[in-house]
Design a protein around this ligand. Structure first.
Ligand SMILES: *[C@@H]1O[C@H](CO)[C@@H](O)[C@H](O)[C@H]1NC(C)=O
Ligand SMILES: *[C@@H]1O[C@H](CO)[C@@H](O)[C@H](O)[C@H]1NC(C)=O
Ligand SMILES: *[C@@H]1O[C@H](CO)[C@@H](O)[C@H](O)[C@H]1NC(C)=O
Length: 242
C-alpha cells in the first residue's frame, strides 16, 4: 500500500514539475531578455518562422521571406549593427542592407520602416526570438520572428516559439521550409544574380509607406500586390535569361 502512495506522490510531483516548466508559462515566455552587447547578434542567422498582425502577412511572409537569412557585422560606430538580408522569392535572390542601433536593450531600425525590436526568452541555445513593433504609414503592427544559427530547429523548439506567438495573441506563424533552398552570399560568389533593394527602400517616402499600409490593410490589395510582384519577377527572370 505504502509503495502505491510513494509511486503516486512521485508521479504527481513529476506532473506538477512538468506544469511549472517555463515552456508553458506566458509571463516568462514573453519576457524581454537582457542584450549583453552586440557581439552575440553578429554573424549569420536563418529565418525559421514569422508571425505578424499585419493583415495578409501570412501570405506575404511565405512569399517575401521564403527563404531568408541574414548576416550582421559590427559597424564602426558603437552599438550599430549593419545587417544584410538575403531572401529568395519567386526563385530570385534579393538583398536588403540596413543599420540597426542597440539602445536601451532594444534594436532600433529606421529603414526599411521604423521599428523597435526586443529579444525574448528561448530554450533554444542558438536561436533568437525577436519581438518587433513596426510603424508602417500611420499604423502600428507587431511581429515575432524565430531565427537560428541552424537552417532548421527541433520540433520542441518550434513548439516553444508557437506558444510565444499564442501568448502574444499573434496569428499562426508562417513556417519556412529549408528544403526550398537559400540564396548564396552575394559577397562570396560573384556570379550570384541578386537584386539589391537597399536604395529603393532608402528612397521610399512617407507617401509610399502610407500607400503600402493601405495595400496591406485591404485583402484585395495583398492579392494584387502578390500578383504584381510575381509578374515583375517573371519579367525580371525572362530578362536575365535573355
Ligand atoms: C550604415 O551606416 C554606415 C555608417 O556607419 C553608412 O556608411 C552606411 O551607408 C549605412 N548603411 C545603410 C544601408 O544605411
Ligand atoms: C510595442 O507595442 C506594444 C503593444 O503592441 C506596446 O505595449 C509597447 O509599448 C510597444 N513598445 C515600443 C517600444 O514601442
Ligand atoms: C511584364 O511583361 C509583360 C509582357 O511580357 C508586360 O505586358 C507587362 O506590363 C510587364 N509587367 C511588368 C510589371 O513589368
Amino acid at each position: 500500500m505504502m509503495e502505491y502512495v510513494h509511486v503516486a506522490v512521485a508521479v504527481f510531483s513529476l506532473l506538477s514539475l512538468g506544469q511549472s516548466a517555463p515552456a508553458t508559462n506566458c509571463e516568462s515566455l514573453i519576457q524581454p531578455i537582457q542584450i549583453n552587447g552586440r557581439d552575440q547578434l553578429l554573424g549569420r542567422w536563418t529565418f525559421i518562422a514569422e508571425s505578424t498582425d499585419i493583415p495578409g502577412s501570412r501570405v506575404l511572409s511565405k512569399m517575401f521571406m521564403g527563404n531568408s537569412w541574414l548576416s550582421s557585422t559590427a559597424a564602426t560606430q558603437e552599438n550599430v549593427i549593419t545587417t544584410s538580408q538575403n531572401q529568395k522569392m519567386f526563385g530570385l535572390c534579393f538583398s536588403l542592407t540596413y543599420n540597426m542601433t542597440l539602445e536601451n536593450n532594444a534594436l532600433v531600425l529606421v529603414i526599411p520602416y521604423p521599428s523597435t525590436a526586443f529579444l525574448l526568452n528561448t530554450g533554444c541555445p542558438d536561436c533568437m526570438v525577436v519581438f518587433t513593433n513596426y510603424t508602417i504609414g500611420r499604423s502600428l503592427y507587431k511581429g515575432l520572428q524565430l531565427l537560428s544559427r541552424r537552417p532548421k530547429v527541433s520540433a520542441a523548439e518550434l513548439e516553444e516559439y508557437k506558444k510565444q506567438v499564442e501568448c502574444l495573441n499573434l496569428p499562426a506563424a508562417a513556417i519556412l521550409d529549408p528544403e526550398n533552398g537559400f540564396c548564396p552570399d552575394p559577397a562570396l560568389s560573384k556570379d550570384t544574380k541578386s537584386i539589391d533593394l537597399t536604395s529603393s527602400f532608402n528612397s521610399m517616402g512617407s507617401d509610399d509607406m502610407n500607400l503600402l499600409d493601405k495595400i496591406l490593410k485591404s485583402g484585395n490589395g495583398v492579392k494584387l500586390l502578390t500578383e504584381m510582384l510575381s509578374m515583375i519577377s517573371r519579367n525580371a527572370t525572362a530578362m536575365m535569361e535573355n
